[in-house]
Design a protein around this ligand. Structure first.
Ligand SMILES: CC(C)(COP(=O)(O)OP(=O)(O)OC[C@H]1O[C@@H](n2cnc3c(N)ncnc32)[C@H](O)[C@@H]1OP(=O)(O)O)[C@@H](O)C(=O)NCCC(=O)NCCS
Length: 85
């Protein structure tokens, strides 16, 4: 095994239709930049589509490299904004 992806189904708590949410994923550093991360995302998206659901992922704004990866996977910014106190 060189990578994993885990997620769950949620969204109604945000007033949105249920969707597949990627919670955590990782690829063994020895196998980075070989397209495995994208393949994992594609597999997740495919499973979500089978259930008529979109796929979501939340990351920190300052994680530029991760943002590049997420965008390379085909994601665009969604509808949610986060508040904190
Ligand atoms: C994020 C992660 C899963 C990417 O896995 P990966 O298999 O290396 O990604 P891919 O090879 O599929 O990358 C596809 C594209 O995403 C972009 N990308 C991936 N990693 C990148 C990086 N570190 N910096 C900039 N762009 C990156 C590139 O455009 C890349 O295409 P290219 O290699 O042809 O330039 C991996 O770096 C990782 O496990 N990181 C640590 C854990 C983590 O941050 N998990 C995500 C949050 S839960």
């Amino acid at each position: 095994m060189v990578g994993f992806i885990l997620g769950d189904v949620r969204g109604w708590e945000y007033g949105m239709p249920p969707g597949g949410w990627i919670d955590i994923m990782g690829v063994d550093p020895r196998f980075h930049r070989r397209g495995i991360g994208i393949k994992l995302i594609q597999a997740f998206v495919q499973e979500a589509k089978l259930q008529n659901m979109k796929t979501h992922i939340a990351i920190r704004r300052q994680d530029d490299d991760l943002q590049k990866f997420i965008r390379a996977g085909g994601f665009q910014p969604g509808q949610l904004i986060e508040f904190e106190m």
